[in-house]
Design a protein around this ligand. Structure first.
Ligand code: HEM
Length: 467
């Protein structure tokens, strides 16, 4: 236990303000949390749902303390380890303590950047299918909902990289529909905790438990067929099957494999789909950057698809993705609960305090980011990157629980953006685009774009100076 040297508490948002803003908070918490930041400063206490006090912070030092320096004192809240785990099982994202550490050590090497090289081919196959379908749509200059399209593509990529065999189209569609349905219900329960009794007696909980069971059965069938076949494949399931615990040399049980596969499905597509959707939106608003993005691959991508070796050359695309996730971090908030009393940034943190690491607010903090609301991928170039505090920017979290799929996601997004912008022009049709912060930060409504084919061979791209 740390003995606090400083008894200072952050300013408390008066309860009446929380009550007054409760309705707004339920529909979209971000403007409410931001208005408190302007009024009370970068750290404040407020009543969550009128009762429990939360400590919200946008201070990189405190964020680093919680996620990294004293991470042992902070556990995930019941939302992930209780509610989410109830439907999607006890995998990396939802487990805690010794079991989490054991699983993390086992699975981590499989997500190493070099190990992911073999997945580029599978990712490209799905991207190629999307390009084919879009080419037809673009011929008719059709309007598409980019959010829906990115959701579909990101889902298919996770599905294919996990199960390169055994997942036919009907089962893929079933899985997608079931996982989306269960996720929607989880969000409903988070938003309306007071209605738990109603969800129970109206049979909604039971109904969603059944859907989740049906999803698990599909995965069990695929995993057991693969185990019985004894044939090795180059995919994430194989990596999980081959992983051995250091102490015993044993592999995971069927139940553990199921839990980890389901978690990878859930954690691995919605976040990426959101980041990609926001990328399309921000690039449409800032077309100069589309030219720069196209320019770095135009010389070699006329006919072939990018390979793993090409990815380090896509530095500007990488910066674009980083800036997109600064302005619209898919995981817009991270929560932890203090297990013991502590002190950070000169503040006392009482045992049991819910720490709200406000990613969105930190990424828009004018004290940390000059011209904080402007889209400026150059912030992440080699010279300027070193000026950024490691915890002023944390779209993938940080410390030991840093997103295990961060390299996977970055690779996937580089491949998608480079290829789609190479083949198509996009015109934003939606007039008013708002954020909807659920578990992840997505556009509130359909994000409509008109797509047109580009003449891909011998494409003339403007340089930055010409634009
Ligand atoms: C843009 C895409 C993504 C973003 C922004 C993102 C963000 C995050 C964040 C913030 C965390 C930490 C949560 C916390 O500390 O409470 C996390 C954890 C995790 N993510 Fe991601 N993620 C992305 C893509 C992926 C992908 C593609 C996969 C898998 C293929 C994945 C799998 C996981 C898993 C398994 C965890 C739990 C890790 C652990 O606790 O050990 N994520 N992610």
């Amino acid at each position: 236990m740390t003995s606090p040297k400083d008894n200072r508490l952050p300013p408390l948002v008066p309860r009446y303000l929380s009550v007054l803003r409760a309705a707004k908070f339920i529909t979209n918490p971000i403007p409410v949390l931001d208005s408190h930041l302007r009024q009370f400063g970068p750290n404040y206490l407020f009543h969550i749902g009128g009762f429990k006090k939360g400590f919200l912070t946008t201070d990189p030092e405190i964020i680093q303390h919680v996620l990294q320096k004293n991470h042992r004192n902070y556990r995930k809240s019941d939302i992930q380890t209780g509610l989410l785990a109830h439907y999607i099982g006890n995998g990396l994202l939802t487990s805690e303590g010794e079991y989490w550490l054991k699983q993390r050590r086992l699975i981590q090497p499989g997500f190493h950047r070099k190990r992911l090289a073999s997945l580029v081919g599978l990712m490209n196959l799905e991207i190629q299918l999307a390009i084919k379908r879009w080419t037809d749509l673009a011929t008719q200059e059709a309007a598409v909902d980019i959010y829906k399209e990115m959701h579909l593509l990101a889902f298919r990529i996770v599905a294919k990289t996990l199960f390169s065999t055994g997942l036919d189209e009907p089962r893929m569609e079933k899985l997608s529909a079931q996982i989306t349905q269960v996720q929607k219900f989880i969000v409903k329960q988070i938003r309306q905790p007071y209605a738990h009794w109603w969800f129970k007696i109206s049979g909604q909980i039971g109904q969603h438990e059944e859907i989740s069971q049906a999803t698990k059965q599909i995965l069990i069938d695929i995993i057991s067929t693969r185990m019985q076949s004894g044939v090795a494949h180059d995919d994430l399931l194989q990596m999980l099957l081959d992983a051995r615990y250091e102490e015993t040399g044993e592999s995971m049980t069927l139940q553990q494999l199921l839990d980890e596969c389901l978690i990878i499905f859930v954690a691995g597509h919605e976040t990426t789909a959101n980041a990609l959707s926001w990328a399309f939106y921000l690039l449409a608003k800032n077309p100069r950057h589309i030219d720069l993005l196209r320019q770095e691959s135009s010389s070699w991508m006329t006919e072939k698809q990018p390979l793993f070796e090409h990815l380090p050359r896509l530095t500007y695309t990488h910066q674009v993705i980083e800036e997109v996730m600064r302005l619209y971090p898919p995981a817009w908030i991270i929560d932890r609960v203090a297990q013991d009393q502590d002190e950070a940034g000169g503040f006392r943190i009482a045992k049991g305090t819910m720490m709200i690491l406000y990613t969105y607010g930190t990424h828009h903090n004018p004290g940390l980011w000059p011209k904080q609301d402007q889209f400026e991928p150059e912030r992440f170039n080699e010279e300027r990157r070193s000026e950024i505090h490691p915890f002023a920017y944390f779209p993938f979290g940080g410390g030991p629980r840093l997103c295990i799929g961060n390299n996977f996601a970055l690779m996937e997004m580089q491949l998608i953006l480079t290829q789609l912008f190479h083949h198509f022009d996009f015109e934003l049709i939606s007039q008013k685009v708002e954020m909807l912060p659920l578990i992840t930060l997505r556009p509130e409504k359909a994000l409509m774009f008109r797509i047109r084919n580009r003449p891909v061979s011998g494409v003339e791209t403007k340089t930055a100076d010409q634009s």
